[in-house]
Design a protein around this ligand. Structure first.
Ligand SMILES: [Zn+2]
Length: 129
């Protein structure tokens, strides 16, 4: 025996996460929502799902180790080119810890007409075409 449960009851209000079957059956509220799935829930429990998202992000950053040697402004552009549009997302993707430098970089880009004016108002940042 593998030690894993023999059946996974997808219809019940608890289920086993394939990444941590050692935790046994978990209540459905441990699984995040995903409307694109027929059962409306993510396949993995929140803890495993979050872990996967973090690993994905780290991998994305690891693919571009050079960003750490780039200026804050270049990192902001780099993050935005990869789809980061909010202050939080840009900071996270670009790995910028210093909010002041981040604000300076955005102000700089704005002065250079590199930021979309309409985007600024709703605090969603876009690079000007
Ligand atoms: Zn899990």
């Amino acid at each position: 025996m593998s030690g894993r449960p023999k059946t996974i009851d997808w219809g019940a209000d608890s289920r086993v996460c394939p990444s941590c079957p050692e935790n046994g059956s978990q209540p459905l509220e441990n699984f995040g929502y995903d409307r694109s799935r027929p059962n409306g829930r993510l396949s993995h429990c929140r803890a495993c799902w979050n872990q996967k998202q973090i690993e994905k992000r780290h991998k994305a950053i690891a693919r571009k180790p050079s960003i750490l040697s780039m200026s804050v402004k270049d990192r902001v552009i780099w993050a935005m080119e990869r789809g980061a549009q909010t202050r939080e997302a840009i900071q996270e993707v670009a790995g910028i810890r210093d909010e002041d430098r981040m604000t300076d970089a955005l102000a700089d880009l704005y002065d250079q007409n590199r930021l979309d004016r309409a985007g600024l108002r709703v605090r969603v940042y876009r690079l000007a075409a």
